[in-house]
Ligand binder design. Structure first.
Ligand code: URP
Ligand code: ZN
Ligand code: ZN
Ligand code: ZN
Length: 463
């Protein structure tokens, strides 16, 4: 078995920053020691002087090959996890989908079949509930037992994934008994549909109207509602893709009252805005996702929430659709633009840029991108940190390298970059997944099928 030694780097975890050598054995972190204090030998020695040595990213919100809006997200598990590796992410948690009238088991089996043997990095699943009924509530217990310990419910998308308040309450009551974590897409979908119809009737068909009808107040209202439902059920709740400052305020109020309420935001809400949605010639369609991009003023509340821990996690909600042939389905009717944006490859770099820009400390970068998502979804210990016994999912990160984000150089299977031309400081140099090199000095050395399905325990963030 190969022993690998990473020498001379600055090891950054959520808890610490130390200059240390890292010894890897049998795919796990074996030990850390100050340089010059040990006599370790290894088959491979990697010099990380002037570099950061960080845990592989944990992206807790992706949608590879997701059927949505009359088409499929353009990254497969193979292309999407390869791109994730290029961007320093070594674990994704993707969303398996229950179709209406079908069981959770069928949905989960379908997602296992899509991912099995395809992934370059490790993966796990959440389950989307589209049809809460007695059978499904029983199945939730079984899923928690087999490592699918979180369930997403939608107050949005009537007729597709929408659940009513009673269904959400029932699922939360179940989660309160089995340790599952309910995740919510919080927007008032019924009200939004009225506004969509009225906008289209006025001839407002451009992508920017997607942002106008999906009002911040309707995100805040649904956020407030799911928090209250969770309180009634005695269950924790995790609100995904928070974009509105009014929604952050709801999370803050709940957390100030000591409720177990958690929030996630995404790089697109931190770095992009309604200015992008308003780009001419239908280019705004590239930025159509839900919750939508907001006016730039909302960003300060998101950065503050990340600093105060009212927001705990940054995931990508990676759900790419090509501009040509997919986003174009909504020319002349913004409501037909498939919702979702690419980003799985960009998250670690964009958040490092946030460190450079002074929004986050280095440790907070690792906390929101690696450690907390691992804890939140029951992967911590193995994932999200560099400590003896953890999986050797390690990134050697060059904090001084400059790069320009572009579709011409990215590895996601999508024909545009949401960050085209953006200069960032910092770049992934080498990535190990369970001790195996998947990116080595900016070359992909991994392979489809290396990534393993990783069952999860229940949330480790509450205690
Ligand atoms: O626009 C988005 N976010 N697409 C993916 C599905 C979801 O709601 O997360
Ligand atoms: Zn959603
Ligand atoms: Zn999503
Ligand atoms: Zn392998």
């Amino acid at each position: 078995m190969t022993r690998t030694l990473i020498t001379g780097g600055l090891v950054i975890t959520a808890a610490d920053e130390v200059h240390a050598d890292v010894l890897i054995e049998h795919g796990r972190i074996a030990a850390l020691a100050a340089p010059g204090t040990h006599e370790w030998t290894a088959d491979r020695v990697i010099d990380a002087a002037q570099k950061y040595v960080i845990p592989g990213g944990v992206d807790a919100h992706t949608h590879m090959e997701m059927p949505f809006g009359g088409t499929y997200a353009s990254d497969t598990f193979e292309t999407g996890t390869r791109a994730a590796a290029w961007g320093g992410t070594t674990t994704i948690i993707d969303f398996a989908i229950q179709n209406r009238g079908h069981s959770l088991r069928e949905g989960l089996d379908t997602w296992h079949a899509k991912a099995d043997g395809k992934c370059a990095i490790d993966y796990a699943f959440h389950m989307i509930l589209s049809d809460v009924n007695e059978h499904v509530l029983k199945e939730m217990d079984l899923l928690v037992g087999e490592g699918v310990s979180s369930f997403k419910l939608f107050t949005a998308y009537p007729g597709v994934f929408f659940s009513d308040d009673g269904q959400i309450l029932r699922a939360m009551q179940k989660a309160a008994t089995n340790g599952g974590l309910i995740m919510t897409h919080a927007e008032n979908g019924l009200a939004i549909d009225v506004l969509v119809e009225q906008a289209l009737a006025r001839g407002e068909t451009d992508p920017r109207y997607h942002g106008e009808v999906r009002k911040a107040l309707l995100e805040a209202e649904a956020t407030h509602r799911v928090i209250k439902l969770a309180q009634v059920a005695g269950a924790p709740v995790y609100v995904v893709h928070v974009s509105a400052q009014e929604a952050v305020a709801e999370l803050t109020r709940a957390r100030d009252a000591d409720l177990p309420v958690f929030g996630e935001t995404c790089p697109q809400y931190l770095f992009l805005s309604t200015d992008n949605l308003a780009e001419p010639d239908f280019e705004g369609a590239k930025y159509v996702c839900s919750t939508p991009l907001r006016p730039r003023e909302h960003q300060a509340a998101l950065w503050r929430g990340l600093r105060t821990n009212d927001l705990q996690v940054v995931s990508t909600d990676h759900c790419p659709f090509c501009f040509v042939g997919q986003k174009e389905l909504g020319r002349g009717d913004f409501s037909k633009i498939p919702n979702g944006m690419p980003g799985v490859e960009n998250r670690m770099d964009l958040l490092h840029q946030a460190v450079v820009d002074g929004h986050l400390t280095r440790r907070r970068w690792i906390e929101i991108a690696c450690a907390t998502p691992a804890r939140m979804f029951g992967l911590y210990g193995r994932k999200g940190t560099i400590a003896p016994g953890a999986d050797a999912d390690v990134v050697i990160y060059d904090p001084h390298a400059e790069q320009v984000l572009s579709a011409a150089t990215h590895h996601m299977n999508v024909d545009y970059s949401a960050y085209e031309g953006k200069r960032v400081t910092g770049r992934v140099e080498t990535v190990l997944s369970r001790g195996e090199f998947v990116i080595e000095q900016r070359e992909f050395t991994g392979h489809a099928g290396h990534g393993a399905y990783t069952p999860r325990s229940t949330c480790q963030y509450l205690g």
